[in-house]
Ligand binder design. Sequence first.
Ligand code: CTP
Ligand code: CA
Length: 218
Amino acid sequence: AVNAVEPGPLTGKHVLVTAGPTHEPIDPVRVIANRSSGKQGFAIAAAAAQAGARVTLIAGPVSLPTPGGVARIDVETAQQMADAVEEALPADVAILVAAVADWRVEPSSAKLKKADGPPQLSFAPNPDILAILGEHPDRPTLLVGFAAETQDVVSNAEAKLRSKKADWIVANDVSGNVMGGSHNRIHLVTKQSVEDWPEAAKEDVARHLITRIAQELE
Ligand code: CTP
Ligand code: CA
């Protein structure tokens, strides 16, 4: 069989996951990047597939293997990620874990030369994929964002929940230094409640989140 996964709590559901950083080009050889490893998003895609879902994983530039049973689409820029997400709709669940660059620059078509001096980069805003899905005619039934915060973790997450019209924000307390690490400390912020989860390995956070999602869809 193409999909040899046992039936599970998400069988018959389409789960869309974004993961990793985006790269915004400056010129043909340089990009603006960020430190997202993609580990948490890939672990969530793997857990969703293990729960029986059809999974589309839209990944920025990362060096991670594709989890079993997951259809992966590789992109570089925020705009490409936004286009790939729209193309993958409809989905029952979207979990936007990617660290999307908030800004892009108009890239130079030729390599910038050192002798020309420091470039004057001018930035334009990128599309906000979570906010777009929040208002989309094909809005996923359950729309889940992530937010890495160093302070006022829950109140910042609640503000993002409202402004982007998400159902849940998985608030990741990064006041320690977990970016690129193996563990996360999560507060699951919904419209009704805040759940404080114990610090756990990213794989365990992924399984717990997928279990909560399956409960919610019941
Ligand atoms: N997100 C997105 N598209 C963007 C920016 C963010 O889909 N252009 C998503 C992220 O994948 C995440 C959520 O929005 O699920 C929150 O991202 P975050 O960067 O924390 O929120 P911002 O609104 O960009 O606020 P800030 O970076 O100022 O904290
Ligand atoms: Ca941001």
